[in-house]
Design a protein around this ligand. Structure first.
Ligand code: PMP
Length: 447
């Protein structure tokens, strides 16, 4: 027996359990290219995606009537729980009073104040997605430093950001495999170094020609990779010494604690990007800048004669987004909520480590605040090159499909699990039990 047999068994179970899902999938094929409104939605391990009917708190229901403990939470936008009444009330009110004005709302002043108070950067701009915000940050970094090239970390993902679609292969920066429609050689203006490698970072920055380093404080898109002790402080020093801007993407690490990873760990960002959960899943993102960066942005704009260069989108900063962000910051992303999430994640991690020990698995668990990751390797890798070996596609597929059949959702692609303020200890126990049951089946099928 092999993993392929386990996948075949679980596929048959899924199909037998999901007649309506299969029918929806067949109908969707006729109207959506690839059968889904966004092609990623077909990247789950099930033979066809689940079709959601609704979600509340940390539970999601599908068209066949099954309830799922949701640890994916939309891959972060719903990190604070689905269907939050506080958010519903605010956006319903705002929708009745208008949504798109191309004007700041009264709310926006308070939102700016809340953002600077919480995340520590004084001045902010809005975008509609974290991808947009990262693109804006990169463009401005290039503009104010007058440097063409940016640096990203191997294995990073920053959204639909062309400049960041590069990886390391045999020590060289190359375009990501599978990149379609690409006409510009991305390696001309982006360099890549491994995470936690300060020697590589130092030599990449040594030419004083890098506009910015763009990175997540903890890598969350190639499994999860924690920074070494002192990594961020050394990176800050290197950036200061070489006139390089340091841009942190907190889109996922917002799970780290009340002020995000950067604030909680006393790091100093020149620019900071936050998306996804900041408006509870209402499309909105924000990016903050230091006073010095803001002054340089002003100067760059004056230098081109002022005005706008058409870099923006009409939906960004709209009234609905503002009311969403305000509600999230004041009513939902509270200290007690973070305390609960952190405790839940710690409990999950402790229970998973027991499973690993009991079942004698060569696995590990890493976490940052409310976000935990089960890694099919031990010790947990320190860089993407090592992590990629642990991301065995067949094992991931078998694991995720098994969990879906047990009524548990975790993020596709890797093994990320988010604890929301609404996730119950019972749901955590069901997740742990499902993972332990899988590990037993996995050993049975592969030994
Ligand atoms: N930054 C990070 C770290 C992300 O993980 C993602 C998406 N997974 C993005 C940016 C892009 O977010 P969005 O899809 O909302 O544009």
């Amino acid at each position: 027996m092999s993993l392929a047999d386990l996948i075949a068994e679980q596929t048959a179970i899924f199909n037998a359990m999901h007649p309506k899902t299969l029918a929806h999938a067949a109908e969707a094929q006729a109207v959506w290219r690839g059968g889904v409104p966004l092609h990623w939605m077909d990247d789950w391990a099930s033979p066809v995606p689940l079709f959601a009917t609704r979600a509340k708190d940390a539970t999601l229901w599908d068209v066949d009537g099954y309830a799922y403990d949701d640890f994916c939470l939309g891959d972060t936008p719903s990190m604070f729980g689905h269907g939050r009444e506080e958010l519903q009330a605010a956006i319903t009110r705002q929708a009745g009073q208008g949504v798109g004005f191309m004007l700041p709302t009264a709310d926006s002043v308070e939102v700016g104040r809340l953002l600077s108070e919480r995340f520590g950067l004084p001045l902010w701009q809005c975008a509609t997605t974290a991808s947009d915000a990262n693109r804006a940050a990169i463009r401005w970094a290039r503009a104010i430093t007058q440097r063409d090239t940016i640096l990203i970390i191997d294995g990073a993902y920053h959204g639909m950001v062309d400049d960041a679609f590069v990886v390391l292969k045999d020590g060289q920066t190359v375009a990501k495999p599978g990149l379609i429609g690409q006409v510009i050689d991305l390696t001309q203006h982006t360099v890549v170094v491994p995470f936690n490698d300060l020697t590589a970072m130092e030599s990449a920055l040594a030419g004083n020609n890098i506009a910015c380093v763009l990175l997540e404080p903890v890598m969350t898109n190639c499994g999860m990779i924690l920074p070494d002790e002192g990594y961020h402080q050394a990176l800050r020093d290197l950036c200061d010494r070489t006139g390089t801007l340091l841009v942190y993407d907190e889109t996922h690490t917002l799970s780290s604690g009340y002020g995000g990873y950067v604030k909680e760990h006393d790091l100093r960002a020149d620019m900071l990007v936050i998306g996804k959960a900041i408006a509870g899943g209402i499309p909105a993102a924000v990016w903050g800048v230091s006073a010095e960066v803001a002054a340089r942005m002003d100067a760059a704009q004056t230098a081109i004669g002022g005005g706008s260069s058409g870099i923006g989108t009409t939906l960004s900063g709209n009234a609905l987004a503002m009311s969403g962000i305000r509600t999230m910051l004041t009513e939902i992303m509270t200290r007690p909520a973070y305390d609960y999430m952190q405790k839940g994640a710690e409990s999950l991690v402790a229970q998973l480590r027991c499973v690993i020990w009991r079942q004698e698995l060569d696995w590990s668990v890493v976490h940052v605040g409310a976000r935990a990751e089960l890694v099919f390797a031990s010790p947990a890798p320190r860089d993407a090159q090592t992590m990629r070996k642990a991301l065995d596609p067949a094992l991931l597929k078998a694991f995720h499909l098994y969990l879906i059949n047990r009524g548990v959702l975790i993020a596709p692609f890797h093994n990320m699990m988010l604890i929301s303020p609404k996730t119950t200890p019972e749901a955590v126990k069901r997740l742990v039990d499902a993972i332990e049951a899988f590990s037993i089946e996995y050993k049975r099928f592969t030994s």
